[in-house]
Design a protein around this ligand. Structure first.
Ligand code: NAD
Length: 495
């Protein structure tokens, strides 16, 4: 039985009256059920984080770095175990967790071990001639982080690592349906010598534990990854205590194919870019805009590959596509496709849940949709499933305009062999990440974050320290004079 609370280095049962459960979406089997964390549990975790802050924040960066290096080594040792638990709780094919989620997470730890020793600031200097200015980058305090279910381990990493590398302490609330790898990670932080109280985890519902965390007076900053709707609620709640807020929200990434693109590369890129993690990826390609001369061939190419994708049990290494995270999510995706069909769009391939042995799981077939309007729900709203809408465009201006015709701005890609088209696209598309001739790859060294209603602030890279540190200006008088020339601007004084 999972303990829903990890506070001050100790596992404890949650004290909410609400009961949570972890279900394997591949077959519907229950992995675990447990009492969730209550507001009182959140309060305990925040107290532990608060108590740990003075010592952790005062450590030399090299010591925080060393602890993170030990954590990376520990995760390497347990990589297979992490991959299996992640596969079971989130419905990810084992090939994805062993090849992407877990190694990516370990690389993140290694990156932040180095980054902990590299805080940036402006040069110290005598900017006005009479004072020496120094920039300090100071940790903020206790960070309250809330994560979604689509990449449970990676999201826990993206929240925990920059926060603690910079000297903060943290209370993480993972999604209550996928908490297991976050709890393993918290335990491994202790094993790596990160002091108790630096990393705490509370597994509870959004309205109960999440809101208690966001509203807590001793939480200095909230870092939230999840849907735009809940992000707005978090932002509102944080105003009461004037907390710093970092929001990584939804996306609706465009995939723009110009008529000179390498068609085969674009087709394969669209399949990988839209089906990764069963499409439950905030940067996944969801709206492909294809210039008219390539449109028919692109639709046919993607449909052909979609039809050959192997859905299967998540622990089978031959499986390409796993289920959605839950039956609820599968029904949500099916609802989007049904409404799109009713509104006049055409399903070229997919558009149904498979039957046979996979019928017990939350599976949905890879789906290509055409003839949907730019203003239709399937093109505007986040489906978060293995569904790609493909639309044609005529001029380059149209393609870029349609790509930007969204409230979101997390990620986008453009496909062309013409360097000038590529340069124009990367400049004009409004999104936090723009890929040219690829879609999805991320690296620990580069920032991830959105524009518009995809949120603000950056995960990963040293840019994330802009979220997790205060910049303090310290100014030392160099003259030693009691009466400085500038005083006379305010008060001429006795002559
Ligand atoms: P969600 O917004 O439903 O939940 C996210 C987290 O917020 C969960 O831990 C949930 O328990 C919590 N929560 C729910 N209500 C809350 C409340 N009232 N107060 C505080 N916390 C609350 O999102 P989800 O369904 O878990 O995840 C999918 C969403 O996450 C998608 O919209 C996706 O685009 C987004 N996402 C964004 C990024 C990014 O980097 N921008 C990354 C991954 C996922």
């Amino acid at each position: 039985m999972t303990a829903a609370v990890f506070a001050d280095g100790v596992f404890r049962a949650g004290r909410s009256t609400a009961v949570g459960g972890v279900v394997n979406p591949s077959d519907g089997s229950v992995i675990d059920s447990f009492s969730l964390a209550s507001a009182a549990d959140v309060d305990d975790a925040v107290s532990a984080a608060r108590a740990a802050f003075p010592q952790w924040s005062a450590l030399p960066p090299a010591e925080r770095s060393a602890a993170l290096l030990r954590l990376a080594a520990r995760l390497e040792e347990r990589a297979d175990e992490y991959a299996l638990v992640e596969t079971r709780q989130a419905g990810k094919p084992i090939r994805l967790t062993t090849g992407f989620d877990v190694p990516g997470s370990i690389d993140n730890v290694a990156f932040f071990a180095g980054a902990a020793r590299n805080l940036d600031g402006k040069a110290s200097a005598e900017w006005d001639g009479d004072h020496t200015s120094v920039i300090r980058r100071e940790p903020i305090g206790v960070i309250g982080s809330i994560a979604p279910w689509n990449y449970p381990l990676q999201m826990a990493m993206w929240k925990i690592l920059p926060a603690i590398a910079a000297g903060n302490t943290i209370v993480l609330k993972p999604a209550e349906i996928t908490p297991l790898t976050s709890l393993m990670l918290a335990e491994d932080c202790i094993a790596a010598g990160i002091p108790a109280g630096v990393v705490n985890v509370v597994v509870g519902t959004g309205p109960e534990a999440g809101e208690a965390l966001v509203s807590h007076p001793h939480v200095a900053m909230v870092s939230f990854t999840g849907s735009t709707g809940v992000g707005k609620r978090v932002m509102n709640l944080a105003t009461e205590t004037v907390k710093r807020v970092h929001l990584e929200l939804g996306g609706k990434a465009p995939f723009v194919v110009f008529d000179d693109a390498d068609l085969e590369a674009a087709v394969h890129g669209a399949v990988a870019g839209s089906l990764i993690n069963s499409g439950q990826d905030c940067t996944a390609a969801t709206r492909a805009y294809v210039q008219r001369p390539l449109y028919e061939a692109f639709v046919a190419g993607v449909a052909d590959l979609f039809a050959g994708v192997r859905l299967g049990p998540t622990e089978d290494p031959d499986t390409d596509l796993g289920p959605l995270v839950s039956q609820r999510q599968a029904e949500r995706v099916a609802g989007f496709v049904e409404r799109a069909s009713r509104d006049g769009a055409r399903v070229v391939v997919g558009g149904r849940a498979p039957d046979g042995p996979l019928a017990h799981g939350a599976y949905y077939e890879p789906t290509v949709i055409v003839e949907a309007g730019q203003d239709s729900e399937i093109v505007r709203d986040e489906v978060f499933g293995p569904v790609l809408a493909i639309l044609p465009f005529d001029s380059d201006d149209d393609g870029l305009r349609l790509a930007n015709d969204t409230v979101y701005g997390l990620a986008a890609s453009a496909w062309t062999r013409d360097i000038f088209r590529g340069l124009r696209a990367q400049r004009e598309i409004r999104a936090g990440t723009v890929w040219i001739n690829d879609h999805i790859p991320i690296v620990s060294e580069m920032p991830h974050g959105g524009f518009g209603q995809s949120g603000f602030g950056k995960d990963m890279s040293t840019y994330s320290f802009d979220e997790y540190t205060h910049v303090k200006h310290v100014s030392f008088d160099l003259t030693g004079r009691a009466r400085k020339p500038w005083h006379r601007t305010i008060f001429t004084g006795p002559t």
